[in-house]
Structure formats: structure tokens, C-alpha cells
Design a binder for this molecule. Structure first.
Ligand SMILES: [Zn+2]
Length: 91
């Protein structure tokens, strides 16, 4: 019987800049979006959450769901994005 792993599936990868009030959203892996004042930026699309800038400058607005996948699919995902994530299945 296959082991089932939990994977985070990002639905909205977005933040609101608290300085310029821009809401910025990254829609694909290499879709890097800075806000208009340059205080923060998002990247990673639906595969991982990457933010740049000072944490105090934005409000998190992303939304993710947990998806259950089999080991093969999980391993591929880890290979592609593992360095961007904290792995909760290794505990
Ligand atoms: Zn801004």
C-alpha cells in the first residue's frame, strides 16, 4: 500500500504591502512581483511562497490547501521545490 504524503497546494500567493497598499500576487513559479514602492515582493506562484523585504512591511494574504499525494508525486515535487520548503513529513 502506497504511503500518502501531504503537500501544500497554494491557491493564492499574495501579500499586501503596508506602505503603498498594493496587493501583489505571483501567479506562476517565476512570476516575481514587487509592489510599487519596492518594500516587498512575491514569487513562487502556486508552487512555493517566496517573499522579499522586511516582514513588518506586508500583510500575508495567501491561501493554501493541503493535498494528499502518493510518494512518487511527492518526491518529484520535493526535487523541484524542496529547498524552498520546510518538510513536515520528515519528522
Ligand atoms: Zn509597497
Amino acid at each position: 500500500m502506497a504511503r500518502i504524503f501531504e503537500r501544500q497546494r497554494i491557491v493564492y500567493n499574495r501579500i499586501k504591502c503596508l506602505k503603498c497598499r498594493d496587493i501583489i500576487e505571483s501567479r506562476s513559479v517565476h512570476d516575481y512581483r514587487p509592489c510599487s514602492c519596492g518594500a516587498c515582493a512575491v514569487d513562487g506562484g502556486h508552487d512555493y511562497l517566496r517573499r522579499t523585504g522586511d516582514r513588518d512591511n506586508w500583510q500575508e494574504m495567501s491561501f493554501a490547501v493541503v493535498e494528499k499525494v502518493e510518494k512518487e508525486e511527492y518526491d518529484v515535487w520535493k526535487l523541484l521545490f524542496g529547498n524552498q520548503l520546510q518538510d513536515e513529513n520528515q519528522a
